[in-house]
Design a protein around this ligand. Structure first.
Ligand SMILES: Cc1cc2nc3c(=O)[nH]c(=O)nc-3n(C[C@H](O)[C@H](O)[C@H](O)COP(=O)(O)OP(=O)(O)OC[C@H]3O[C@@H](n4cnc5c(N)ncnc54)[C@H](O)[C@@H]3O)c2cc1C
Ligand code: FES
Length: 284
């Protein structure tokens, strides 16, 4: 990949909407952006699973996956969990503020080779953000016919930690699509699933082999148990796809900050199959 100097320049983007997602101290907000420059706006293209480097001017830069679908032409979105310097600064911004965006970077989810398959999405917490970009892409009316059955299992700590509630009605009412929500522990008023996602795969998803591809993103511990369960069920590791979130600096394979073995997560990833992860040193 040849990186032009201009690919590294942050472009000014306006925050046109901020949505507070969670109602707990697991503070997550979704930012809707639009480039200031008209031609930048018209020419910007990304794939679900790719990421961007976001700058809060005077504070710093951090990588975030796209949370909206590229079928949405008027804006793009990312969701941010507040954990430190840059994410806190982002959370303090207001609608109308300007931030810097460079990218898109990374490989993205395999879209074409997923066509014709059943899809299962298993997401946990902020890990649902990159999946939402793909979910909204495959459920878009232009694309829905390319895929067979679609099943979603979204896991949250509690009802107050649920994300993307505005999408649920659309997701649930799309043909041949099944949506499940689970929280860690039972609580009053919650009538949906309870339990960690790996415990619900058989009972709730009743997945259809053989043509099934699974996309799973979430906390490392969730990925560990989910992928173990999927392996136990006989799903081919090449059909289990996840994303890695290493610390990054350049985002384009130049600085060496994100490497695992001979892979640069920013350039060769962040999307990997379980088969590829099995070939990597255990550093993620
Ligand atoms: C490809 C990619 C996509 C990402 N997508 C999202 C997203 O959609 N939404 C989101 O909220 N976050 C996402 N992240 C993680 C996000 O980049 C970090 O949370 C952010 O860089 C933290 O910056 P900070 O300055 O607020 O934290 P810092 O002040 O730098 O650190 C605060 C704490 O977070 C830890 N931390 C920082 N970066 C990472 C990291 N990459 N992985 C694990 N722990 C880290 C630090 O060790 C420290 O404990 C993504 C990361 C990558 C690499
Ligand atoms: S972040 Fe610089 S090489 Fe990946």
């Amino acid at each position: 990949m040849k990186v032009e100097k201009t690919d590294m320049l942050p472009q000014k983007a306006e925050i046109i909407e901020i949505k507070q997602e969670t109602k707990t101290n697991l503070n997550i907000k979704t930012f809707r952006l639009r480039f200031k420059d008209r031609s930048q706006r018209d020419n910007f293209q990304f794939k679900p699973g790719q990421f961007m480097m976001v700058t809060v001017f005077g504070v710093g830069e951090a990588p975030f996956g796209f949370a909206s679908s590229p079928t949405e032409k008027e804006y793009f979105e990312f969701s941010v969990k507040e954990v430190g310097l840059v994410t806190e600064a982002l959370h303090n911004l207001k609608e109308g503020d300007i931030i810097g965006v460079r990218g898109p970077y990374g490989n993205g989810f395999p879209l074409e080779s997923t066509e014709g398959k059943n899809i299962i999405f298993i997401g946990g917490g902020i890990g649902i953000a990159p999946l939402r970009s793909l979910i909204n892409y495959v459920l878009d009316e232009e694309n829905r016919h390319k895929y067979k059955k679609i099943q979603l299992l979204n896991a949250f700590r509690s009802p107050e930690d649920t994300l993307y509630c505005d999408d649920y009605e659309w997701w649930e009412n799309t043909e041949n699509t099944e949506v499940k929500y689970t929280i860690d522990e039972p609580c009053e008023g919650w009538s949906k699933c309870v339990g960690f996602p790996h415990t619900l795969i058989v009972e709730e998803l009743n997945y259809e082999l053989p043509d099934t591809r699974v996309f799973t993103c979430g906390p490392p511990i969730m990925i560990k148990f989910v992928t173990e369960k999927l392996r136990e069920l006989g799903i081919d590791p090449a059909e289990i796809i996840t994303t890695l979130e290493m610390r990054m600096s350049c985002g384009v394979g130049k600085c060496g900050r994100c490497n695992i073995g001979h892979y640069y997560v920013c350039k060769d990833g962040p999307v990997f199959t379980l088969e590829q992860l099995g070939e990597m040193p255990d550093e993620y």
